[in-house]
Ligand binder design. Structure first.
Ligand SMILES: Nc1ncnc2c1ncn2[C@@H]1O[C@H](COP(=O)(O)OP(=O)(O)OP(=O)(O)O)[C@@H](O)[C@H]1O
Ligand code: SF4
Ligand SMILES: [Mg+2]
Length: 349
């Protein structure tokens, strides 16, 4: 196996939520991708499109109502062995999480235990994941916690004895990223890590993530509703709609040459259109209910390019380039050739 092999390969993944005794909805479907060592992939889309569900599913962290009726997530461990995450037992998962793959949860800033000092959060995480080869002494814990906080440019002497409420939002988010890196994972999943932060703090966290990834070499799955942020941070961007990836490509493909009307809509929604007054063009309508998806292309009720065939045929994610499957620009649209997005219509920002 070469070092260029994917670290994570997802095939035909579907995730359902039970909604009643005999009812369930499909929240995520038809997910296929490979994540390579050191690669950064963004999952982008409106609220409810399935980003968090997919992120949780990748680490087998779904809530009780969630389950995976089909699919495979093959993961290549640090020692080179492979395993399907979905069939790992409790003990395998305990070893896998944190030391192989870690997640910074959506809204996690508020999930710090308010009566526990930050230092105790670090100590608990390290102790909980001690292995036969590595037991953490008090001194080891202190040294590793300090090292991790310095890595995210926080002052250990100030932060470790603090309670969560004594830190700013940006400091808490940095501390969480440091905590997720505690056991040196190969994959880091970050779910909306900058959403609640002001623009300047957002920027500094994004720069931090860039630097850390370059220094430590982990792969990253970055979940966001902000396409601009995705384009900045990710090598590869996938847009999601109604539980499916409907377009995927390099950040340049997606941001400069979108080939799905939904992606085009997301871009227009974050950049002002030309004119005297900046005006944002939102996508008309709202996402469909998972319990009753429209027939054909799920986006058709909101799509200005829709034709009759869109109401009956479900478009597959098809390659638009001949760069090879892992690198290709793909879109699930019957009329992608008609989309000719031009940055001319975007005013300078
Ligand atoms: N525990 C659950 N039980 C039932 N349905 C759920 C549950 N969690 C999420 N869902 C549904 O699954 C769909 C996807 O939700 P998810 O939270 O993954 O979306 P998201 O893209 O992360 O949205 P947001 O941007 O708001 O965080 C939504 O329709 C949501 O209602
Ligand atoms: S398949 Fe049709 S409805 Fe769906 S995105 Fe393409 S043009 Fe729009
Ligand atoms: Mg979410």
């Amino acid at each position: 196996m070469s070092d260029d092999s994917p670290i994570m390969s997802v095939r035909d993944l579907q995730i359902n939520y039970r909604t009643g005794k005999r009812s369930e909805v499909v929240a995520v479907r038809d997910i296929n991708f490979d994540l390579y060592p050191g690669q950064s992939m963004a999952l982008v889309g409106e609220s409810g499109c399935g980003k968090t569900t997919l992120g949780l599913g990748l680490l087998k962290l779904l809530p009780r109502m969630g389950h995976v009726p089909q699919g495979e997530i093959v993961y290549r461990r640090k020692d080179g062995t492979e395993a399907n995450i979905l069939t790992m037992d409790k003990e395998e998962l305990r070893r896998f999480r944190w030391s192989e793959a870690a997640m910074v949860f959506q809204g996690a800033m508020n999930a710090f235990n308010p009566v526990q000092r930050i230092g105790d959060h670090f100590a608990d995480t390290l102790k909980d994941h001690a292995t036969a080869q590595q037991r953490w002494s008090k001194k080891d814990i202190a040294e590793r916690s300090e090292e991790l906080l310095r890595m995210v440019r926080l002052e250990p002497a100030r932060v470790l004895p603090s309670f969560p409420h004594e830190l700013s939002g940006g400091m808490k988010q940095r501390a969480l990223i440091a905590l997720a890196l505690a056991l040196n994972p190969q994959v880091l999943v970050l779910d909306e890590p900058t959403t609640a932060l002001d623009l300047l703090t957002q920027r500094s966290i994004v720069e931090e993530l860039h630097r850390l990834r370059a220094e430590l070499g982990f792969s990253m799955i970055f979940i966001t509703h902000d396409l601009g942020l995705a384009a900045e941070l990710a090598d590869r961007v996938s847009t999601m709609y109604a539980g499916r990836i409907i377009e995927t490509g390099t950040a340049d493909d997606i941001f400069y040459n979108p080939k799905h009307p939904y992606t085009e809509g997301l871009i227009k929604a974050v950049l002002p259109v030309a004119g005297d007054l900046p005006e944002l063009a939102s996508i008309p309508g709202s996402p469909p209910s998972l319990a009753s998806l429209p027939a054909g292309c799920a986006f058709h009720p909101r799509c200005s390019y829709a034709k009759d065939d869109c109401r009956s045929a479900t478009p597959e994610l098809e390659s638009l380039t001949d760069r090879g499957s892992d690198l290709s620009h793909r879109a699930a649209c019957l009329h992608s050739h008609r989309i000719n997005f031009s940055r001319e219509v975007i005013a300078s920002v």
